[in-house]
Design a protein around this ligand. Structure first.
Ligand code: ATP
Length: 316
């Protein structure tokens, strides 16, 4: 489990993190999203005990990062975008080195390395030197390294950013199945919104060192305007007018026996529309909502936050 409460960190006059907080229950993947310089890496570094917060508190795997950093370090694994690997070592040799650093005894060490390498599909390359492996394969070895000591909490900073789409997908799939299998708790910093949407249970969006939104991917997308298309058994003017009269229905249009409207409150507006149509005597065959990507919600949120910041500066 990870708990971060009102974390703050300055570097001289630069405010890197002003107020960031979230809770990640055990076994869940939590995404940390935000533009460059928003404070994601600084937050991760505080939680991984690589930086001390100026204020706020945090607990990782049950240990307070300020009071018990050594215990936190023993229980975490870290994976960055381009991890530094000892390129001259063979893949197995490299993992063996780290497993020894963590004090894994002989038989357990061998079983753990073999298990992870097989799960990640790099067992065949165990004797190959790291410098001869592709980026995707190197990243898989780096994942195995992050997991070698069976950490309860994992910090991933852009784990697939340097990979081509195919390699990113296999690394992501392996990552997800490993996390499920090991019941690890994960904090994932990423700019890849499609990836975040696919694998994160909840997301925090940060901007200028502050949490500006938090929720499940669906919750973050809830307020975004989208098209809704109704198919009716037959079309009449009074049906169209009954839909047009529902508060929250915008830009209504009809085409090929369908009514389409825009709304940013689907949860309330769609049931009202169906009720209005039934009251008018229409038979509703289907209601289809346009799919909204997390990217739309993210860009919408960023625009709102930037507009609000701009207005606040103007007033000041
Ligand atoms: P990115 O998506 O680009 O990785 P980020 O959200 O991870 O960005 P951070 O790396 O946490 O952002 O940086 C937050 C702010 O703090 C930035 O303005 C950055 O320049 C600044 N910063 C980070 N580390 C330091 C440091 N060691 N010294 C001075 N300023 C720093």
């Amino acid at each position: 489990m990870i708990v971060a409460e009102s974390l703050a960190k300055n570097f001289g006059a630069k405010v890197a993190v002003a107020d960031i907080g979230f809770t990640v229950p055990e076994g869940q993947i939590h995404g940390l999203l935000g533009p460059n310089g928003a404070g994601k890496t600084t937050t991760t570094r505080i939680l991984a005990c690589l930086l001390t917060p100026d204020s706020g508190r945090a607990w990782v795997a049950g240990f307070d990062v300020s009071q018990n950093p050594q215990k936190v370090r023993e229980n975490i694994g870290i994976l960055t975008e381009v991890p530094g690997l000892y390129e001259r070592l063979g893949a197995y040799e490299y993992l063996d080195f780290f497993a020894r650093v963590y004090g894994l005894p002989g038989q357990r060490r061998r079983a753990r390395i073999e298990g992870l390498m097989k799960l990640l599909g790099v067992w065949e390359m165990r004797r190959q030197r790291l410098r001869t492996l592709s980026k995707g394969l190197k990243q898989k070895v780096a994942i195995a390294r992050a997991l070698i000591h069976e950490p309860r909490v994992l910090f991933f900073d852009e784990p697939t950013a340097a990979l081509d789409p195919e390699a990113a997908r296999t690394v992501r799939d392996h990552l997800v199945s490993l996390i499920e299998q090991e019941r690890s708790t994960v904090l994932l910093c990423t700019h890849n919104l499609a990836e975040a949407e696919r694998i994160c249970s909840r997301l925090s969006v940060v901007q200028n060192g502050r949490t500006v939104a938090e929720g499940t991917p669906s919750e973050l997308k809830a307020g975004i305007e989208r098209a809704v298309t109704l198919t009716l058994a037959s079309m009449r003017d009074e049906y169209v007018e009954s839909v047009r009269a529902v508060p929250g229905v915008e830009d209504l249009a009809t085409q090929n026996g369908c009514i389409t409207y825009m709304t940013n409150r689907t949860a309330e507006v769609n049931p009202d529309v169906v009720r209005a149509l039934v009251a008018a005597g229409a038979d509703v065959v289907s209601v289809q909502e346009e799919a909204v990507a997390l990217e739309d919600a993210y860009l919408h949120l960023m625009k709102r936050v930037n507009d609000a910041d701009g207005a606040a500066r103007h007033t000041a």
